[in-house]
Design a binder for this molecule. Sequence first.
Ligand SMILES: NC(=O)c1ccc[n+]([C@@H]2O[C@H](COP(=O)([O-])OP(=O)(O)OC[C@H]3O[C@@H](n4cnc5c(N)ncnc54)[C@H](OP(=O)(O)O)[C@@H]3O)[C@@H](O)[C@H]2O)c1
Length: 272
Amino acid sequence: MQEILLNNGVKMPQLGFGVFKVQDGKEAYDAVTWALKAGYRAIDTAKVYGNEESVGRAIKDSGIAREELFITTKVWNDDQGYEETLAAFAESLKKLQLDYLDLYLIHWPVKGKYKETWRALEKIYQDKQARAIGVSNFHIHHLEDLLQDAVIVPAVDQIELHPTLSQVPLRTWLARHDIAVECWGPLGQGSDLKNPELLKIAEKYQKSVAQVIIRWHLQHGFLVIPKSSHEVRIAENFNVFDFELDKVDIEAIDKLNTDDRQGTNPDDYDKR
Ligand SMILES: NC(=O)c1ccc[n+]([C@@H]2O[C@H](COP(=O)([O-])OP(=O)(O)OC[C@H]3O[C@@H](n4cnc5c(N)ncnc54)[C@H](OP(=O)(O)O)[C@@H]3O)[C@@H](O)[C@H]2O)c1
């Protein structure tokens, strides 16, 4: 498994498994079980996904050694603030049946609250309850503001990023500040899978469009966390280490950017 070295020296598997919109109970339990069987070792959940308990059960039942796994969850918007975040973190750990997390993220930059929330994440990190801490959906201006008071630089910014939303300015800024780019909605939440240019490239490599897109993420050096609820697709999305895209195809995919978001613009998260 390829790993990315985070800015605090912790190594994170580059390809992980996301569980947004995977229903708590059998669906989430089965999906995580299949993912671990397929070889994924990083799982990305969040309190708001409502499936931490099933994710935790699947992890426990897998019998895989804790230190081989990389588990991420996120503090939800309603729980932001110092004390609230500490309480939410404890609740997430309990649901996941873990005694530490690998990565804890601020899910969205809640105005007027994210700095206090970050202070709580720093405490969690200093207390060694999370091996790394980071943010999600932070634009450059949120990060610049956060860094004015932060003691610890976020290890990761988890952002919407896929071929039709390639986020070059934010990516460039993050690289300059040694903050790893983690891509949510890496397949455009399914929308990029129908792109005719990507279909052509997939045909050339005799791979699926999903596999081609995941390779594009990997070859750019991003952390990537595709989601599926189907066993065959979960395995397919992990089966991407036996081919490489040529430079010309990477560049062709780079040109597909249209700046179109599938999700909410982080500046408007509170207007949904
Ligand atoms: N930080 C944030 O605010 C945030 C926001 C959104 C997501 N995330 C994280 O990022 C992860 C991934 O993002 P996402 O779930 O939104 O979108 P995604 O991974 O880009 O796309 C998932 C969609 O693609 C389909 N799919 C997956 N593999 C496929 C394949 N091989 N062939 C055909 N269809 C395939 C899935 O359908 P099936 O399930 O039916 O196979 C699902 O509809 C999430 O699960 C979550 O962990 C974070």
